[in-house]
Design a protein around this ligand. Structure first.
Ligand code: 16G
Ligand code: MG
Length: 547
């Protein structure tokens, strides 16, 4: 096919490793960085086709492996509104990445072009960026070859956070429309979020400095720029783990994933009681907060706490605005702590639904809501205002100054939220704004509810593909009868809850359990993990019986 005439020549520079098969999973392609060159080259080709299939709207490509070790890397595609790639294309990506020869590659591309009825005359437009990983420049060069092979109009945004790239894509595709999202530049990004933040906190007390663990990743330089643009006593930050230059430091003993998984402060940070802390992950799309109490006990404010904080504030504003037809809802995953779910339902009295793990699933559920707040417990999330909510707000006629103030705050909050994807910097400003408006310390925020003890375990099995789930991953449908065993174990412990799901990013099965007490929780987690190990050909050591 003439349109793919140059592909073979470029592809010869980036041969596929024969012994590896790649899969476009929850977070795109992700594996050891040195094996990814052919895949990233081919993602360039796919990004071009995706853009053509969208009549030349801009598609994004981000080269990152987020919180994974520094030697890993990854690549994912960003759709026109800044959202994750439409799921039906994931299969194309996997097929194209695994074509063994140039001929097979061209055939796979031709299949995509035919299946999607792609018009070859449309000029593809793609923007791309990468994080700070050492393998990034080489992979970026491979991507550029893929883009060039299909005559793409391509622009690099250099080294930025994942959510910044999502923002740029959305800005570019909405420019000049009623949904215009902002300036597609670094200055535009910082000015938009800093401006909305300052509008919300004006007149409130200045918060104490915020200590930020930037995971030695791209969030470090970017959040410094954000603070410089805000240039305000309302945003005093101190960046820790901000070394992006020393090999081996990225995500090592630090970052949001480390802090959430280990429930402890990151390397290089000693928590002073009364001070305020948060951690970004390696590409700054996740955030968690934490503090030490007067006994130096560590307290984590994770994604569930962030979502309840934002939902509380939104609900308060909706009530204060006195506008009919605005309704806040919350999307969680099965990993959400049971007490956060009870708090949302019983105390806040807001609707809540569960989605499968992975941002795209939560995002799509939140899109069904009027104002949808979504967060994974790991700190990845944002809030979305539906077109209906925006129209309602626009038509609102405040009767009192208090109503006018609440409506103004809802608009400012909408500007402050990165609606394209979870964004550590934007989420941080939202949290800071809500805390400033409420005059709360982190301990006061933490008072809303107490987490049930929980435990997450990993079981390595022969073939995780035999694990199939339903009910937002809370119920196993395969292997047969394993769910009955889980149910029986859960029924034995007060407030027990457990589920088993295959990981989307690792060759492992995950087991989550929670219960009213730490002892019951651990016993439940290990009992379920043991059952999984026995029924599914566990590898290595059997999860140790607890106690
Ligand atoms: C990816 C997802 C994250 C999810 C995690 C689960 C995105 C951008 N990232 O990192 O949201 O929590 O996978 O991993 O969607 P698991 O399937 O291995 O448990
Ligand atoms: Mg990330």
């Amino acid at each position: 096919m003439a349109r793919f005439a140059s592909v073979a020549e470029y592809s010869a520079k980036h041969p596929k490793p024969a012994d590896i098969s790649f899969a476009y999973g929850t977070a795109g392609f992700r594996t050891v960085g040195s094996t990814l060159e052919s895949t990233v080259f081919r993602v360039g080709l796919l990004a071009a086709l995706r853009s053509q299939s969208k009549q030349g709207r801009v598609i994004g490509v981000m080269i990152t492996a987020s919180h994974n070790p520094e030697c890993d890397n990854g690549v994912k595609l960003v759709d026109p509104m800044g959202e994750m790639l439409q799921q039906s294309w994931e299969g194309y990506c996997t097929r194209v990445a695994n074509a063994a020869t140039s001929d097979e590659l061209v055939a796979a591309l031709a299949e995509v072009a035919e299946a999607e009825a792609i018009d070859a005359d449309v000029t593809p437009r793609v923007v791309y960026a990468r994080d700070t990983r050492p393998s990034g420049p080489l992979l970026q060069a491979a991507l550029e070859d893929g883009l060039a092979a299909l005559g793409t109009d391509a622009v690099s945004f250099g080294v930025v956070t994942t959510p910044q790239l999502h923002y740029y894509v959305r800005c570019l595709n909405t420019a000049g429309t009623a949904a215009a999202y902002g300036e597609p530049t670094a200055e535009g990004y910082f000015a938009k979020y800093a401006g909305a933040y300052l509008r919300l906190v004006e007149g409130k007390q200045h918060p104490s400095p915020l200590h930020i663990d930037a995971a030695n990743g791209v969030g470090a330089p970017e959040v410094r720029k954000l603070a410089a643009v805000a240039a305000s006593p309302y945003l005093q930050i101190e960046v820790h783990n901000g070394d992006t230059g020393t090999p081996g430091k990225l995500n090592s003993g630090c970052g949001a994933d480390y802090v959430k998984s280990n429930q402890r402060a990151p390397a290089g940070m000693v928590l002073a009681p009364g001070s305020r802390y948060c951690s970004f992950d390696g590409d700054a799309d996740r955030i968690v907060y934490y503090y030490a109490d007067e006994h130096s006990t560590f307290h984590l404010l994770d994604g569930d706490k962030i979502s309840t904080l934002i939902a509380t504030y939104l609900r308060d504003l909706v009530v204060a605005a006195g506008v009919e037809g605005l309704q806040v809802g919350v999307v969680q995953t099965a990993y959400a702590n049971g007490n956060s779910t009870s708090y949302i339902k019983d105390t806040l009295r807001l609707p809540t639904v569960f989605a499968k793990t992975g941002v795209k699933h939560l995002h799509h559920e939140a899109e069904q809501m009027n104002i949808g707040v979504y967060f994974e417990a790991n700190g990845h999330g944002t809030a979305l205002f539906s077109p209906a909510a925006v129209a309602t707000l626009r038509a609102a006629t405040p009767q009192t100054p208090a109503q006018q103030d609440a409506i103004g705050r809802l608009w400012a909050l909408r500007d402050l939220i990165n609606e394209s994807v979870g964004d550590a910097m934007s989420d941080m400003l939202v949290v800071e704004a809500v805390l400033a408006c409420k005059g709360w310390t982190l301990a006061q925020w933490d008072e809303a509810y107490t987490d049930l003890p929980s435990r997450l375990l990993k079981v390595i099995v022969q073939d995780r593909a035999i694990f199939k789930t339903t009910n937002a991953e809370q119920t196993l449908t395969s292997p047969p009868h394993l769910q009955d065993t889980v149910d029986a174990l859960v029924a034995r412990v007060p407030r027990g809850r457990a589920f088993v799901r295959p990981s989307g990013t690792e060759d492992a099965v995950r087991v989550y359990a929670e219960a009213a007490t730490r002892a019951d929780c651990d016993q439940l987690a290990y009992a379920v993990a043991g059952a999984v190990f026995d029924r599914a050909g566990g590898r290595g050591e059997r999860p140790a019986e607890f106690l």
